[in-house]
Design a protein around this ligand. Structure first.
Ligand code: NBP
Length: 482
């Protein structure tokens, strides 16, 4: 199939949905690209569909692929994450040469990227693990890209990566791709992006449930509400596609598509990773965790159907003003979203400290402005907040966000009170408010918790009035219960 001259600018392995689209994107920017896939007829199909008149070289073997790429070679792996990537790296290493670059573009646990960076570097080659966001369409037209790995590899791939990435800015020329940091930093940032995406999606679904349950809005009315929201501070890709979803009819039945879809959600794992890693770091990323649990609860469809027949709740109906409530839900969504991003950034800051990554937090917000699922107007405000104070402890403390929450707080609390009264489950909204109230509390009840731990396990405690570590003989000092 190939026997091509060693002239291609780039090589790509894995022609499933992401690889195919990325390859086409790279070629469309004027680069020649050699492509390969484990199942070789996929390469043939690809060449039949896109080969003619384009600078693709189809390769049936990894040997042919490596031969087809100019040195220093830049070869990207875009296959199912995990073991297949390790196997491919092991196949490629003896075929490639010191100075060549292996790039993994899959969704990978960052510790695997750290391990692979060390391994590939130990063989004299360079490694990049890059987050790629934007799904199928982003991969083709311009994804958001978050590369990390061997720093020396960045200048070699920068022109291609920045050419294919989404562009933003007044002249549409600022690429949503820049170097994130060493080894697994890019994958960590991509994971936090995905975790924030989980939170955003769950919160939008809660807004939908509130509007549908309390006000009985039709999908046509929901379309109008989301259209309006997308013109203001919530302006984002996820609000835009949610609006669009409300307009789609099922071609078979003519009914609204959204009403025909089973209310049972799955997950591929990046949200769970972020949540698990937050626990490891001891940072409260409660929104992503709640969003993962909300999907788990949704997946218990059969159990929920059974429980719905026996468990009771309030039967009251909402009687307030419709227009005001829609605006309150919008404000509650915005305030909750601010908390979710604040948590994501706190986790990134903790991970940067633990791994010695010199992350540019404002710059990361810019990488997400275009191409990716969480792209939003709001990200500009995050960039400004970190520009004003690069050591900002929590986004909630930035003047813009302080003010935004101050303005939306009464509405946020009203929406939650209403949901509690009517028995509507909005765990992410509630969780966000609990985080906000907890974070702004000078004193929490952990004094009592420490006393309990010391009582039953002599775990000791610190005191407010003097330094040191203390233990109390609680049983000797307690009031005699008899
Ligand atoms: P998939 O994750 O569905 O993987 C399919 C590809 O992996 C095929 O090319 C397949 O080859 C290849 N492959 C497998 Br499976 N096992 C292999 C092995 N042992 N050796 C070599 N190749 C193997 O593809 P995708 O949805 O395009 O995603 C690619 C990566 O990008 C994943 O890590 C994914 O998490 C990430 N990602 C996906 C999206 C998205 O929206 N889909 C977005 C962002 C990132 P075959 O044809 O021979 O089976």
């Amino acid at each position: 199939m190939s026997a091509a001259p060693a002239a291609c600018d780039f090589g790509l392995i894995g022609l499933a949905v992401m690889g195919e689209n990325l390859a086409r994107n790279i070629e469309s920017r004027g680069y020649s690209i050699a492509v390969n896939n484990r199942t070789t007829h996929v390469v043939d199909d690809f060449m039949k569909r896109f080969g003619e008149g384009h600078k693709f070289v189809g390769c049936h073997t990894l040997e042919d692929l490596v031969k087809a790429v100019a040195k220093p070679r830049k070869i990207m792996i875009m296959v199912k994450a995990g073991k297949p990537v390790d196997e491919l790296i092991d196949h490629l290493l003896p075929l490639m040469e010191p100075g060549d670059v292996i790039i993994d573009g899959g969704n990978e646990l960052y510790t695997n990227s750290i391990r692979r960076t060390k391994y590939v570097e130990s063989k004299g080659l360079l490694f990049i693990a890059t987050g790629v966001s934007g799904g199928e369409e982003g991969a083709l037209k311009g994804p958001s890209m978050m590369p990390g790995g061997t720093p020396a590899a960045w200048p070699l791939v920068k022109p291609i990566f920045q050419a294919i990435a989404a562009k933003v800015g007044p002249n549409n020329d600022i690429p949503c791709c820049d170097w994130v940091g060493p080894d697994g930093a890019g994958q960590y940032v991509k994971m936090v992006h995905n975790g924030i995406e989980y939170g955003d999606m769950q919160m939008i679904c809660e807004a939908y449930l509130l509007l549908k349950t309390t006000l009985g809005l039709t999908n046509a009315e929901l379309y109008d509400v989301f259209s309006e929201w997308n013109m203001g501070e919530l302006d984002s890709y996820l609000i835009e596609i949610t609006r669009d979803i409300f307009s789609v009819k099922d071609p078979d039945t003519g009914k609204d598509m959204v009403d025909l879809i089973m209310d049972k959600a799955g997950a591929k794992g990046t949200g769970k990773w972020m949540s698990q890693l937050a626990l490891d770091l001891g940072v409260p990323s409660t929104l992503v965790t709640e969003a993962v649990f909300a999907r788990c609860l949704s997946a218990l469809k059969d159990a929920r159907v059974r429980a719905s027949k026996v468990l009771t709740g309030p039967t009251e109906k909402y009687t307030g003003d419709k227009k005001n409530f829609i605006e309150s839900v919008r404000q509650a969504l915005y305030a909750s979203k601010i908390c979710s991003y604040a948590q994501g950034y706190v986790q990134l800051q903790a991970a940067a400290k633990e791994n010695n990554w010199p992350l540019d937090f404002g710059g990361i917000a810019l990488l997400w402005r275009g191409g990716c699922i969480i792209r939003a107007r709001f990200l500009e405000r995050i960039k400004e907040a970190f520009d004003a104070d690069k050591n900002l402890e929590n986004l909630l403390l930035a003047p813009y966000f302080q003010d935004a929450i101050k303005k939306s707080q009464p509405a946020w609390r009203h929406v939650i009170e209403t949901a509690v009264k009517l028995g509507i489950p909005i765990p992410a909204f509630m969780n966000a408010l609990a985080y906000y109230d907890g974070y702004r509390s000078e004193r929490l009840p952990a004094n009592l918790l420490q006393a309990q731990r010391d009582y039953f396990g002599a775990h000791t405690y610190e005191r407010l009035d003097k330094p040191g570590t203390f233990h109390t003989e609680w049983i000797q000092l307690r009031k005699d219960p008899s």
